[in-house]
Design a binder for this molecule. Structure first.
Ligand SMILES: Nc1ncnc2c1ncn2[C@@H]1O[C@H](COP(=O)(O)OP(=O)(O)OP(=O)(O)O)[C@@H](O)[C@H]1O
Length: 327
């Protein structure tokens, strides 16, 4: 059910002169007034993160349900033009491995997106900022969830969606460390509708496929490349543009290729990762290597990636554990 309500509101973080709250699904048990009332209480103490598009707040409702509210600061002509239509499409896409968009508010001064709240934060934080390490099973499970979410966007949802900005801060974790892909479709709002070419390449340095950097044209295969970089990041525990690579004039893909050339690719694994299983590691490295091929045609589809992960990576042989200090 779609509800439109015009409301005048002035709350801590934003002044909304004439807000149009549209709830995409009738499953949120709140009126737009309830939500606006909660928004009035938000201030800087509720900030849970910020990124290229804006600031994210924790929005706790009276019944205990929690949402993430994204305030979009990055407004330009293209964004305004496509906002309503794109957000309606994105709000209609629901999947277990995606961060569901539950509603949005559009006003002349503010764009507010309401998402499910993921209590585990981002994969970026889990890998690079927390002292508690993710073990091998947790890392595999996260890769699997991210692959399934992306495969759904590419192959099974309607319309099909190219993410354009796959990276560890766009993979969020629930309380059980299950991964969900977030921010899908947002980059498209900056895109020229006809040509599918962005004036500014959306995406994040280190994750971008070479042909995307050159042409600005995003395809499923540019997402597959970014996914491959993400896998390498999860395996190594290092950001794609870690200083140790840059010093050698490389990025994470260059480093992988260097290790492969010396038949030392297993050394990519994070020494702090416990429970690594060598057969799975080899299979996962093989998939990641294909994903980051310089030629898009050599990269698998995300459907194929999920198949390989299920058949060759997620079925470990218990006796075959890899000790990263053994060679
Ligand atoms: N639905 C959510 N549930 C819980 N935390 C979230 C949610 N969405 C975002 N966050 C937190 O807010 C941070 C910023 O998110 P945001 O999507 O704005 O930026 P980003 O992904 O880091 O960068 P970019 O905007 O360039 O994609 C995330 O890293 C995460 O910690």
């Amino acid at each position: 059910m779609i509800k439109n309500v015009d409301i005048i509101a002035d709350f801590g973080i934003i002044t909304i002169y004439c807000a149009s709250i549209v709830m995409f699904h009738g499953d949120l048990p709140y009126s737009s007034k309830d939500i606006i009332k909660k928004l009035e209480t938000l201030d800087d103490d509720h900030i849970i993160g910020s990124g290229g598009f804006g600031t994210v707040y924790k929005l706790a409702m009276d019944d205990g349900n929690v949402f993430a509210l994204k305030r979009i600061d990055k407004l330009n002509e293209g964004f305004d033009r496509f906002f309503e239509r794109e957000l309606e499409i994105l709000g209609s896409i629901k999947h277990r491995y995606l961060v569901n968009l539950r509603g949005y508010c559009n006003s002349p001064t503010s764009k507010l997106l309401i998402y499910d709240f993921l209590p585990g934060g981002s994969l970026d934080e889990a890998l690079h900022e927390r002292s508690e390490q993710l073990d091998w099973d947790a890392r595999l499970n996260i890769i699997m969830g991210a692959a399934k979410g992306l495969a759904y966007l590419h192959h099974d949802c309607s319309p099909r969606i190219i993410h354009r900005d796959i990276k560890s801060s766009n993979i969020l974790l629930d309380g059980n460390l299950e991964a969900r892909v977030s921010d899908f479709g947002l980059a498209k709002l900056l895109e020229d509708e006809e040509s599918h070419i962005t004036t500014i390449v959306a995406g994040t340095f280190g994750y971008l496929a070479p042909e995307y950097m050159q042409s600005g044209r995003a395809t499923e295969k540019t997402d597959v490349y970014s996914f491959g970089v993400l896998v390498l990041e999860v395996l190594s525990g290092k950001r794609p543009t870690d200083a140790s690579f840059i010093e050698k004039g490389l990025n994470i893909v260059g480093w992988l290729n260097f290790l492969i050339s010396e038949d030392r690719q297993r050394e990519i694994i994070d020494p702090n990762c416990e429970g690594v299983q060598s057969e799975s590691l080899d299979a996962l490295l093989a998939v990641a290597t294909q994903c980051v091929s310089s030629s898009p045609d050599d990269r698998p589809t995300m459907h194929r990636v999920v198949q390989i992960l299920e058949s060759e990576v997620m079925t470990p042989c218990p006796s075959d554990f890899y000790d990263s200090n053994s060679d």
